[in-house]
Write a protein that binds this ligand. Structure first.
Ligand code: FAD
Length: 120
């Protein structure tokens, strides 16, 4: 196996916005691409909910479906309208998946997203 540091550096330098949250979507970690895309620094994001990125343009039925999916331990894929720190909206293509503990309970969520505004 690779040294743990390699896994960290790989996630840290990945060219896609990655976050790790608790089971309520409160942010525990974001990588460098996440800071770059959203315009928020880590310090501004850690402890805040992922809803900090919500533009209020996404119908709540989408969020309900998202939560139903991930709480039943499945992966959710979809597109949300996100807002950067300076108020710019972008289309975020997201993948959200649960991270389970040894007992099969949801421990964390992994979020990965990229800006697909120019592709739509
Ligand atoms: P709310 O009014 O708080 O929620 C709308 C509906 O969502 C509610 O009616 C409810 O059905 C459901 N809901 C919200 N929170 C919960 C909960 N804790 N448990 C069960 N159901 C709930 N949102 C984005 O807009 N952009 C993102 O990039 C984004 N990335 C995420 C990444 C991860 C890893 C996770 C776990 C969540 C992410 N979310 C993201 C979802 C985010 O946490 C919020 O649920 C969403 O933004 C709606 O928040 P709100 O305050 O606008 O609406």
């Amino acid at each position: 196996p690779l040294p743990p540091r390699v896994y960290f550096e790989t996630v840290e330098q990945a060219p896609v916005a990655i976050s790790i949250t608790d089971d309520k979507a409160d942010i525990l970690y974001v990588n460098a691409a996440f800071e770059q895309l959203t315009g928020y620094s880590r310090d501004q994001l850690i402890g805040r909910n992922q809803s900090i990125l919500s533009s209020n343009a996404t119908p709540s039925s989408i969020y309900q479906q998202l939560w139903r999916t991930i709480q039943s331990k499945n992966t959710w894929k979809g597109i949300l309208v996100n807002r950067t720190r300076d108020g710019g909206d972008y289309l975020a293509e997201l993948i959200i998946s649960p991270v389970l503990d040894a007992g099969g309970r949801i421990r964390f969520f992994l979020g990965m997203h990229r800006d697909v505004t120019r592709e739509h």
